[in-house]
Design a binder for this molecule. Structure first.
Ligand code: SF4
Length: 289
């Protein structure tokens, strides 16, 4: 198959737009889940808070303002078709798709009036880069001639409450589930519930964390295609909603909107588990070029 060329500038413009739109517009499935939760909620205060979150989402979309003051660390998932190349500007042939993505993030955060939250290094001076870059970018090479770019604006408060643990391979579903529920309990109000919970089971140290984040990108209504894990998602969601953390931590039966489990093959000696906590401001948007 002939190679398809996508212009560097097209990637920049796409990422800029995705950054702005993801911070202004709550995805339809998340909004629908908030509305269903508000209908089901039996605690009056929790119902009222869910109503405020829905109103906040509607105002952000209409007024073109961010859903939350924390406009997040930009996580970008790229699925690049093996038959796609990115053409770079003639005057700077050393540029590549990573530069285009970071340029798009910087433009999006500047032109969308989004808070820039990234510091250049973590422990010494913590100087703000003032561009919200560098983004965290995950690349996959896939068959075909398309380029799919997904931008996620990941809040700091909920990311701080995410956890990883190595279990023994002999540990049971019950043991793993109890730990996942405890991670959510400890996240509590500080991570801005109701949550979407991404769970990565298997892989190795870094893969479990990565798939727990990728799990968040699934449609809120879907289930893991394997019945064992689909049932585990349902059971976990029920138990998490029995914690009485509730919207914004004020109690109620809506602590999470969904639990998404992703799995990967792992070593016979290992059972890695990661929980990525996502707040109600679940901002992500994709574009296929
Ligand atoms: S955790 Fe989410 S809702 Fe809470 S402040 Fe951060 S981005 Fe905003």
């Amino acid at each position: 198959m002939a190679t398809r060329t996508i212009q560097y500038e097209t990637v920049v413009e796409t990422v800029e737009r995705l950054c702005i739109e993801s911070c202004y517009e709550l995805p339809d499935d998340v909004l629908k889940a908030l509305k269903s939760a508000a209908d089901r909620e039996t605690d009056e205060r929790a119902k009222k808070i869910l109503g405020q979150l829905i109103e906040n989402a509607s105002l952000a979309q209409q007024e073109r303002i961010p859903l939350c003051q924390d406009t997040g660390l930009t996580v970008v998932f790229v699925e690049q078709g093996a038959d796609v190349t990115i053409s770079v500007p003639d005057d700077d042939p050393k540029l590549c798709i990573t530069d285009a993505i970071n340029e798009g993030v910087a433009k999006g955060y500047e032109n969308g009036l989004l808070r820039k939250s990234i510091v250049a290094e973590p422990l010494n001076e913590r100087t703000n880069t003032k561009t919200n870059t560098p983004a965290v970018i995950h690349y996959s090479i896939v068959p075909g001639d398309k380029l799919k770019i997904t931008v996620m604006a990941k809040g700091g408060g909920c990311e701080n409450k995410s956890r990883f643990k190595m279990f023994n391979p002999t540990d049971t579903k019950q043991t793993v589930s109890n730990w996942i529920i405890d991670v959510v309990r400890q996240a509590g109000a500080n991570a801005c519930p109701p949550f979407i919970i991404g769970v990565g089971l298997g892989g190795n140290f870094e893969t479990a964390c990565l798939i727990s984040k990728k799990a968040l990108l699934r449609n809120i209504d879907d289930h893991n295609p394997v019945q064992f894990y689909a049932e585990m998602e349902t059971e976990l969601l029920e138990k998490i909603n029995d914690l009485n953390v509730g919207p914004q931590g004020f109690g109620g039966n809506t602590t999470a909107l969904a639990v998404k489990i992703e799995t990967a093959p792992c070593h016979i000696a290992s059972l890695p588990v990661a929980v990525n906590i996502e707040c109600h401001s679940h901002r992500h948007k994709s574009q296929i070029l």
